[in-house]
Write a protein that binds this ligand. Structure first.
Ligand code: MTE
Ligand code: MO
Length: 199
């Protein structure tokens, strides 16, 4: 039985067209990284949930893999102008982690961190959706290292720079802060159907 949840229709929330304006569809999956693919060690890898929460959390690789997961069919939109349709991603929805930590009422923003020093930020409300997935599988195979393996975030409602590859932590913030590309002029909200590329 195919348990894949198709969320490729989420564009209807934001615009009339599945392909956002200024994007072209590709079947390729280019690699875009600020500084190459970092090494990781499954023995020492740790994922942390910190900041404005009742209980800060930490997971080993095995513990993270034991969290409830699902497979979704999603589209992927890169700010440089390409979109890839119908990617199958398997992982843990963001709200699952938020609920376990107990997010404080005054939290408004989230910072994602990664093994290569990359960071990216999003408003909390943009994260509290099941389509924001922490994934370890792509099209039924382990996520390739250069696409963010062992673990990355995907954000089908945002440009893909919001999806931290090699993600190893999230911090809940009571004030908005800017991540790596956001400090360099990219949009904090990054809605592809509004072409929010820069700010
Ligand atoms: N940790 C980390 N995550 C990252 C990046 C990065 O340099 N480091 N680049 C971002 C950018 S700009 C894009 S477009 C996507 C590219 O994902 P891909 O290489 O799987 O296509 O990853 C995003 N996540
Ligand atoms: Mo990008």
């Amino acid at each position: 039985m195919d348990m894949t949840k198709d969320v490729t229709d989420l564009y209807q929330e934001f615009g009339d067209d599945r392909l956002p304006s200024g994007q072209r569809e590709t079947s390729e999956f280019p690699v875009l990284s600020k500084s190459g693919t970092p090494d990781w060690d499954p023995e020492t890898w740790e994922f942390t949930v910190t900041g404005a929460v009742d209980e800060e959390l930490s997971f080993s690789w095995g513990e993270f893999r034991d969290l409830p997961s699902e497979t979704q069919r999603q589209d992927f939109h890169c700010v440089t102008g390409w979109s890839k349709f119908d990617c199958e991603f398997t992982g843990v929805p963001f709200p699952e982690l938020a609920e376990r930590a107990g997010v404080h009422d005054d939290a408004v923003h989230v910072m994602f961190s990664a093994l290569d020093g990359y960071t990216t930020d999003l408003p909390l409300e943009d994260c509290m959706r099941d389509e924001v997935l922490f994934i370890w599988e792509f099209d039924g195979e382990p996520l390739p290292d250069d696409h963010g393996g062992p673990l990355r975030v995907v954000t089908p409602h945002k440009y893909a720079y919001k999806g931290a590859k090699w993600v190893d932590g999230i911090e809940f913030l009571t004030e908005s802060e800017r991540g790596y590309w956001e400090k360099r002029g990219y949009s904090q909200t990054a809605n592809p159907w509004r072409e929010e590329r820069y700010s």
